[in-house]
Write a protein that binds this ligand. Structure first.
Ligand SMILES: C[S@@+](CC[C@H](N)C(=O)[O-])C[C@H]1O[C@@H](n2cnc3c(N)ncnc32)[C@H](O)[C@@H]1O
Length: 390
């Protein structure tokens, strides 16, 4: 992939920009296998499936733009040296629909007089623009503001925006503190609709039929996998493995909006998702109700604390874990080791913490694994691992 921003030295976020894509994937596979090797030594060999890839550009379903510059000429992108805004609205990683939306959103910033926040002087209101695009082409647009001062102007000019872009959900996120966090706790939804429907064609790639696919509701403040194409393969792969052993009960720990839980739900199987972000839990509950899955439930809790509290008789046949970069840690690996859980699927975005957790899960064989290239042009990786008690 070629990128003008990278070539001009304006953005260095994609450290592998310009490298042949096949080499990137081969390198990631080697790197992940190397990181996992010490944890796998002395265990039966792992069956590595071919890496899953999608488009090498235009794959990001979410744009996270810092807003800088002036109200007449806002810059949407990143902050450079000295807090200066660098405009990256034509970033080639974004899906084409986001690409088309960002200039219109920049024009809307000018119309609604949303003064960009200046980190140096601590003046201005608009900190970030967060835009997610659904596979059906609808958008969720969130303005991260320092205060609600611009709310009336935003509401006044919302009609202009809705006439030009397929915005399904628009919201204000209030982040009053002067610190480098993406968003705050308070959300004010401006549209009638509060969820973006992410419809995934789960079932296509590995031949598992789920009818019309998976419809995941996404509310503001909920995590969603960055790359819709590769996320679809991730959930499909989990379904294919789970279909082989047909567990009667599944827990999806770190469930987000319920991607794994809902992909694995089905007749005769109970699924429980556990997730710390309440908005994501509400999203998952909505998706389950819409799909008529009365044996799928979602709990807002810390995954480890919740698992440790459950009586042994309630332990499921299979557990999915998909934690943040820090991994699941000793308390949860210790609980799995002493539990009656026969099978674990571990989806990780950090092979270093995965290696540490696998080493602690000594009672399980690591039967199979698959690299999923969710983040082309960067060294980041996603890996799905299947563990089973011998
Ligand atoms: C990598 S995301 C995975 C989400 C989901 N499995 C999916 O496929 O989209 C990790 C999720 O863990 C949640 N999380 C973080 N810390 C947690 C904790 N202590 N207990 C439960 N969930 C947590 C985050 O809010 C986030 O939704």
């Amino acid at each position: 992939m070629q990128c003008d921003y990278f070539d001009a030295g304006a953005c260095a976020s994609c450290t592998w920009m310009g490298r042949a894509y096949a080499d990137q994937v081969a390198d990631k596979q080697r790197h992940v296998e190397q990181l996992l090797a010490p944890a796998l030594a002395g265990r039966p060999p792992v069956a590595w499936l071919p890496p899953a890839t999608g488009p090498e550009e235009g794959f990001r379903n979410k744009a996270k733009m810092v807003v800088a510059g002036t109200v007449e000429a806002p810059a949407l992108g990143i902050l450079g040296a000295g807090g200066r805004g660098i405009d990256l609205r034509h970033c080639g990683l974004h899906e084409p629909g986001l690409h088309d939306a960002l200039p219109v959103l920049a024009e809307h910033v000018v119309r609604a007089r949303l003064a960009p926040y200046d980190v140096g002087s601590r003046r201005g209101e608009l900190k970030h623009l967060l835009v997610t695009r659904s596979p059906d082409g609808e958008l969720m647009v969130r303005w991260v503001l320092r205060s609600t001062e611009p709310e009336a102007r935003l509401r006044k000019h919302l009609g202009w925006l809705l006439e030009r872009l397929p915005v399904a959900v628009a919201s204000i996120n209030v982040q009053p503190e002067h610190k480098a966090v993406l968003e705050g706790e308070r959300e004010i939804v401006l549209t009638e609709q509060a969820t973006l429907a992410m419809r995934l064609d789960v079932g296509v790639d590995v031949g598992v039929d789920v009818g019309d696919g998976l419809r995941l509701h996404l509310r503001p403040q909920s995590f969603f996998q960055t790359n819709t194409t590769v996320a679809t393969v991730l959930y499909e792969q989990a379904r294919a493995w789970v279909a082989e052993t047909a567990p009667a009960s599944v827990w999806d720990l770190y469930s987000g909006v319920g991607g794994f839980a809902l992909a694995l739900a089905g007749p005769g199987r109970s699924v429980t998702g556990v997730e710390i972000a309440p908005e994501a839990v509400v999203s998952a509950q909505l998706s389950a109700a819409e799909a008529g899955l009365d044996r799928a439930r979602f709990v807002a809790a810390d995954a480890t604390a919740w698992a440790l509290e459950q009586p042994r008789a309630a332990h499921p046949d299979l557990v999915v874990v998909n934690p943040p970069r820090r991994g699941i840690g000793p308390a949860l690996t210790g609980w799995l080791e002493s539990s009656g859980v026969r099978e674990v699927l571990y989806s990780s975005c950090n092979a270093t913490s995965l290696a540490r957790d696998l080493a602690a899960l000594a009672s399980y064989d690591v039967e199979a694994a698959r690299l999923l290239d969710m983040f082309p042009q960067t060294t980041h990786h996603e890996v799905l691992v299947r563990l089973r008690r011998p």
